[in-house]
Design a protein around this ligand. Structure first.
Ligand code: HEC
Length: 168
């Protein structure tokens, strides 16, 4: 019996080692899933800066030009104008969109930095004038008045930015 003790002990140890290597899972590392409050503050401040920065240039001609170009390229469906008619994007090519946008700004006496070629007026009259009128005033309220300051979409954006800043 004494002779068996040592081999049995060795076998028991080996079996235990095998059990540990096979079946015991390593302890999971502790991961902190709570968001660091400093990080949340940082993101807030960052957003705040972006909103304020956009608001600071919302009255500029450059901002209006960007907005008009976006509408020309992608259309508009946010103004719920009359029977909720929407405007499709792509009436003119992406290359011509900035020229037409400049012409639209000139209709309300604003100067666009880049001079546009004379064909912009022709583009506008033939493509946009049918709805917005040759003078841009929207055919007596049937379509958005493109000489309005600010444009409806920009006014909407301004309200949104201000409401976001209030909740920050
Ligand atoms: C078929 C009619 C139609 C044509 C053509 C058209 N639009 Fe529009 N446009 C609309 C309608 C309708 C809206 C309002 C859509 C909405 O509810 O958002 C609109 C909205 C706009 C707005 C936003 C106005 C604002 O106050 O925010 C701009 C800018 C604009 N159009 C410019 C143009 C330009 C430039 C062209 C020519 C490339 C053009 N549109 C061609 C019907 C038209």
């Amino acid at each position: 019996m004494k002779n068996l003790f040592l081999p049995l002990l060795v076998i028991a140890i080996l079996l235990y080692a095998l059990y540990l290597s096979r079946f015991s899972t390593p302890k999971k590392k502790y991961v902190d899933t709570t968001v660091n409050p400093n990080y949340t503050m940082h993101v807030r401040e960052h957003q705040h800066d972006h909103l304020e920065e956009e608001l600071s240039r919302i009255d500029s001609t450059a901002y209006a030009k960007e907005y008009i170009i976006t509408v020309i390229n992608h259309g508009s469906s946010q103004l719920h104008f009359k029977k909720n008619e929407i405007m499709e994007g792509g009436f003119v090519s992406k290359e011509d969109a900035p020229k037409v946008a400049c012409y639209v700004l000139e209709l309300s006496g604003r100067e666009c930095k880049e001079p546009h070629p004379k064909d912009a007026a022709m583009f506008y009259t033939s493509v946009c004038g049918g709805c917005h009128g040759d003078d841009g005033k929207g055919l007596g309220g049937s379509y958005p008045d493109l000489t309005r300051k600010p444009l409806l979409g920009i006014e909407k954006r301004e309200e949104f930015l201000k409401s976001m800043l209030l909740t920050q």
